[in-house]
Design a protein around this ligand. Structure first.
Ligand SMILES: Nc1ncnc2c1ncn2[C@@H]1O[C@H](COP(=O)(O)OP(=O)(O)OP(=O)(O)O)[C@@H](O)[C@H]1O
Length: 803
C-alpha cells in the first residue's frame, strides 16, 4: 500500500470514528433532553396551528395556493392563523393535502416521541406509530367517503387528499355499498385483533354467546387481572404483548414453549371450530407428554428468573466509546534504543546476556532476558534503579525470574501509552465467550491479552491506589462488565459511596440492579450509620441464604439456583431464586476512620462466610495503610488490585510485595491472586459512557422497587416476650400461625415473604406466636421450633385467645 493510500484509508477510518463518536455523543442524555424538548415544543406549535386552522382556514384559504417562499417571505401577506404563516401552511398541508382531520395523530406522535426522549415511560413508540397510522388511514378514508360530494367547494377536506383519492377510487371500483363494506369490515377486524373482549362482547350483543371461537379462560383472567371491561383501553393494546407472555407463565406451560410462542396476537391461539377449552387442553397435553419429574409434581419447564423482565435488553457495545484513535504503536526505534540501553547497563555490571525478547503491551513493554549461565538473579534485581536511570524512565519493574519461564523480565513503560477502551475489552472473544458466573473484564495484560476473571472465584476484592491513579475508572470497569453480562434478576449491587460523587450515576438503575434496605430513600448509601445497618442487613440475608441452602441440601448458590430453576425446590416453603449480590464500598478508609470496628467486623464476617451464598465484596481505598487495611481485612480479601501507590510500604500493605510503587499511573495496575501477580492496563470507561449505559438500562421496564434486603433491628431492640400484648394481635397473626404450623418452620423470613411485610413486623408476629405458645424461644440464626403439631391444637389456642 502506498503512503498516499495509507493516509487516505487512515482519514476514512478517522471520518468513521468521528461519525461514530458524534452518534454516541448524541445519545448522551443531555442531547436527548434538548431534542425531546424541541420535539414537544414543535408538537405544541403544530397543535396550535391545527386547532386555529378550523377557525381561520376559510379566511386564509386564498393564501394556500401561493408558493411557500412567497407566502413566508412576502411581508405584505398576512394570515389569521395563530401560528403564523408557516403554521397556516403546515396545517393546510397536513389536513387538506394529507389525511384530513385525522392528521392530529401526527401531532400526537411528535408529542409522544418528545416525552420518550425526555425519559418518560409512555407508550412504546413503534406500536403507537403502527396503531396511530392504521387509525389515521381508516378515518381519512371514511371521512373522505362521507364528505365526498362536498369536497370541491370547501376549504376543509375532512378526509384530506388521501381520503378523497382512496374513497373516490373505491367508489368507482366497487361502488358505494362495496366501499361501506370495506370500511366496516376493516373496522371490525381491527377491533377484533386488538381488543380481546370485542368478539365476546359482540357475541353477547348479537345473542351468539358461546357460539363464537373465543378463548374464554384468557379473557376471564385478563379482566380479573385488569378489572377492565370489554372495551379495554389503548393502554391495554400496547401491553398485550407482555400480558400474553405472563398468561403463559400462569398456565404453567413449559418455558421452552413460552419462548417460541408468537406473543402479541391472541388470535394465534384460536382454532376456528374448537370449543373454548381447546387451547388450554392442548398445552397441557403437550406438557404431560414430557417426562414427569421424580417428585411427582405437575410437569413444568425450567424456571426462568429472567421472565420477570423478559423484554430486558443487555446494553449494546455501541454505547461505549472507541478510544483506538489514541492507539499508539511503539516504534521499532524505541524498542532497539531500550534494548541497547538495557544490554549496556547490564554489561557495565559485568552481566552477559544470552538473548533478549520484547513483548509490546498497551502501556508497558516487557523485555525478557536470558542471562549467561552463572549470573546471580539477585544481582540483576538490584539494578532496577540503574536501569531506570539509564533509560531515563519511571515505572521500571524487574521480575526475576518470571514465574514458570526461567527468564528475567524488565518492564519498561512505552513513551506513548495507549488507552485500552472498555469497548475493545467487552467485545473481545475472551469476555464474550466467558462462562464465568460473574465475569469481570478488567483490561489488557502486558502481552496484549484481554484479562478476564471470575468475581465468584475472587471471592472478594480489595482495590487500593493513590488518588488519581485510576481507582474509580477501575470500579466502573468492573461494574460495567457485569452489567454487560447479567440480567437484573441475576445480580444486585449494594453501592456504598461516602464521597457521594463516584457511584451516584448508578442510582438510575435502582429498580433493575440495586439492592437496599426497606424504607431507605436513596439507593446509594452515603451515610455511615446506614452503611452499618446495611452491612448487618447483609449479614441477615447471608444467614437466611445459608438456611435456604441447608434446607435444599446444597452447598452453594450455584447448586441451589440450579435446583430452583429445575423446580426441585418449592417456593411455598420459602425457596426463591437467589441473585448474586455484589457489595461495592468506595472510600473504605473514610468508613473505618469514622465507624472503626462497627464496619470492620460485619465486613470481615461477610467476607469470611458469604462466598458460598453469592455475596461478594469489593472495597476500595486511597489510603493503603495498616490501620485501614487491617490484618482481619487482608486475611479475608485474597484478591487484590493495586494501582500506583506512593511508597514501597504501601505496596507491601496491599500486595505483600513491592511493585505497585513502580507503576506509571493512569490505570496501570497489579492484580494479585494467591501467588500470581499480573500487570494489567485497566480498561478506560469514562463517566459519560457510564451515564449512557445507566440511562439505557434505567429507561427499560424494571422491578417496582430496588431489591429489598432484610430489615435490620438495631442492637437495642427488645426481644422480651414478656412485653408482648396478645390482646393487640397483628391482623396477620392467625394466618401466620397457620403457615408456621403447616410448614413446621418458625422463621421470620417465611412470614416476611408470605405477607410481603418488613422484618420488624414479621419479628413482632413471631414474638406474638411465641407468647401464644405456637413457636419456641429465639435460637440465634436458627428458625424457631414449632410447638403446635396440627390445626386442631391451633384452633384451641385461637379460641382461648378470644376469651
Ligand atoms: N485505565 C485508564 N486509562 C487511561 N486513563 C486513565 C485510566 N484510569 C484513569 N485514567 C486517568 O486518570 C484520571 C483519574 O482516574 P480516577 O478518577 O479513576 O482516579 P481515582 O484513583 O479514582 O482518584 P480519586 O481517588 O481521587 O477519586 C482519569 O480522569 C483518567 O484521565
Amino acid at each position: 500500500m502506498s503512503g498516499k493510500q495509507r493516509k487516505k484509508s487512515g482519514t476514512g477510518k478517522k471520518g468513521n470514528k468521528t461519525i461514530t463518536s458524534a452518534i454516541s455523543g448524541l445519545r448522551h442524555y443531555k442531547w436527548r433532553f434538548i431534542f425531546g424538548l424541541m420535539t414537544i415544543g414543535f408538537s405544541v406549535y403544530l397543535a396550535l396551528a391545527y386547532i386555529s386552522f378550523f377557525g381561520t382556514g376559510y379566511a386564509d384559504r386564498s393564501k394556500f395556493d401561493l408558493p411557500l417562499s412567497d407566502l413566508l417571505f412576502d411581508s405584505s401577506i398576512k394570515v389569521e392563523n395563530l401560528a403564523g404563516k408557516f403554521g397556516a401552511w403546515i396545517a393546510d398541508t397536513i389536513i387538506n393535502d394529507w389525511f384530513g382531520i385525522a392528521s392530529c395523530s401526527i401531532i400526537f406522535l411528535f408529542f409522544i416521541s418528545g416525552l420518550r426522549m425526555l425519559g418518560a415511560r409512555v407508550m412504546p413508540l413503534r406500536r403507537t406509530f403502527l396503531h396511530a397510522s392504521l387509525i389515521t388511514i381508516w378515518f381519512s378514508v371514511t371521512l373522505g367517503f362521507i364528505f365526498l360530494s362536498f369536497a370541491d367547494d370547501r376549504y376543509l377536506l375532512f378526509g384530506g387528499a388521501h381520503g378523497y383519492f382512496i374513497s373516490s377510487w373505491l367508489r368507482s371500483s366497487i361502488g358505494s355499498v362495496g366501499t361501506i363494506l370495506v370500511i366496516l369490515v376493516s373496522l371490525i377486524s381491527y377491533l377484533a385483533v386488538n381488543f380481546d373482549n370485542f368478539i365476546p362482547f359482540m357475541g353477547k350483543k348479537l345473542g351468539l354467546e358461546g357460539k363464537l371461537p373465543i378463548h374464554k379462560v384468557e379473557s376471564k383472567q385478563e379482566s380479573e387481572e385488569t378489572g377492565q371491561d370489554a372495551e379495554g383501553s389503548f393502554e391495554k393494546i400496547i401491553n398485550l404483548e407482555d400480558r400474553a407472555k405472563k398468561d403463559q407463565v400462569i398456565k404453567n406451560t413449559p418455558a421452552t414453549e413460552i419462548l417460541v410462542q408468537p406473543v402479541a396476537p391472541k388470535r394465534e391461539f384460536v382454532t376456528d371450530e374448537e370449543p373454548d377449552t381447546h387451547v388450554e387442553l392442548k398445552i397441557e397435553k403437550a406438557a404431560s407428554e414430557e417426562t414427569i419429574p421424580v417428585t411427582g409434581n405437575t410437569p413444568l419447564g425450567d424456571y426462568d428468573p429472567t421472565l420477570d423482565l423478559s423484554s430486558y435488553q443487555l446494553p449494546s457495545l455501541d454505547l461505549l466509546n472507541d478510544y483506538s484513535d489514541k492507539d499508539t504503536q511503539v516504534t521499532e526505534d524505541e524498542l532497539i534504543y531500550n534494548k541497547n540501553k538495557i544490554v549496556k547497563t547490564l554489561e557495565d555490571y559485568k552481566i552477559q546476556i544470552k538473548s533478549i525478547k520484547a513483548t509490546v503491551g498497551p502501556t508497558v513493554t516487557l523485555y525478557e532476558i536470558v542471562p549467561m549461565p552463572g549470573i546471580r538473579i539477585s544481582k540483576i534485581k538490584s539494578l532496577e534503579d540503574d536501569i531506570a536511570l539509564s533509560l531515563s524512565a519511571l515505572g521500571i519493574r524487574i521480575i526475576a525470574p518470571i514465574p514458570g519461564k526461567g527468564t528475567i523480565g524488565i518492564e519498561v513503560p512505552n513513551s506513548e501509552p495507549a488507552v485500552v477502551s472498555m469497548k475493545s475489552i467487552l467485545s473481545s472473544k475472551k469476555f464474550q465467550n466467558a462462562k464465568f458466573e460473574l465475569p469481570v473484564a478488567l483490561g489488557k495484560t502486558i502481552s496484549n491479552e484481554t484479562f478476564v476473571f471470575d468475581l465468584t472465584k475472587a471471592p472478594h476484592l480489595l482495590v487500593a491506589g493513590a488518588t488519581g491513579q485510576g481507582k474509580s475508572v477501575g470500579l466502573n470497569a468492573i461494574i460495567t462488565s457485569l452489567l454487560y453480562k447479567k440480567h437484573p434478576s441475576q445480580l444486585k449491587f449494594v453501592l456504598v459511596d461516602p464521597k457521594k460523587v463516584e457511584l451516584t450515576i448508578y442510582s438510575k438503575i435502582e429498580r433493575h440492579f440495586l439492592a437496599k434496605m426497606p424504607d431507605e430513600e436513596e439507593p446509594i448509601i452515603t451515610d455511615v450509620q446506614r452503611v452499618v445497618n446495611t452491612l448487618h442487613s447483609l449479614t441477615i440475608e447471608m444467614e437466611e441464604r445459608y438456611d435456604l441452602l441447608k434446607k435444599a441440601h446444597t452447598r452453594n448458590i450455584k447448586e441451589y439456583n440450579h435446583k430452583f430453576t429445575k423446580r426441585e425446590l418449592n417456593p411455598e416453603k420459602g425457596h426463591r431464586f437467589l441473585p448474586y449480590i455484589v457489595v461495592i464500598i468506595d472510600e473504605f478508609a473514610d468508613l473505618i476512620m469514622t465507624a472503626g470496628k462497627e464496619v470492620e467486623l460485619p465486613i470481615a464476617r461477610i467476607a469470611q462466610l458469604a462466598r458460598a451464598v453469592g455475596i461478594h465484596m469489593i472495597i476500595a481505598t486511597q489510603r493503603p495503610s495498616t490501620n485501614i487495611i487491617t490484618g482481619v481485612i487482608k486475611a479475608n480479601f485474597p484478591t487484590r488490585i493495586a494501582f500506583k501507590v506512593a511508597s514501597m510500604i504501601d505496596s507491601r500493605t496491599i500486595l505483600d510485595s513491592p511493585g505497585a510503587n513502580h507503576l506509571i499511573g493512569r490505570g496501570d495496575m497489579l492484580f494479585s491472586q494467591g501467588s500470581d501477580l499480573i500487570r494489567v492496563q485497566c480498561a478506560f470507561v469514562d463517566t459519560p459512557e457510564v451515564e449512557v449505559i445507566a440511562d439505557f438500562i434505567g429507561s427499560q421496564r424494571g422491578y417496582s422497587t430496588a431489591h429489598l434486603l432484610p430489615e435490620y433491628i438495631g442492637e437495642g431492640a427488645s426481644q422480651e416476650v414478656g412485653d408482648v400484648d396478645l390482646s393487640k394481635r397483628d391482623p396477620f397473626f392467625e394466618e401466620a400461625a397457620r403457615i408456621v404450623v403447616a410448614n413446621q418452620s418458625g422463621s421470620t423470613s417465611l412470614i416476611q415473604r408470605r405477607f410481603s411485610i418488613g422484618y420488624n413486623r414479621a419479628g413482632r408476629i413471631i414474638d406474638q406466636l411465641e407468647a401464644a405458645g405456637v413457636v419456641g424461644p429465639f435460637e440465634g440464626s436458627k428458625a424457631r421450633q414449632v410447638l403446635v403439631s396440627d390445626d386442631l391444637e391451633l384452633e384451641r389456642i385461637f379460641k382461648s385467645l378470644q376469651q
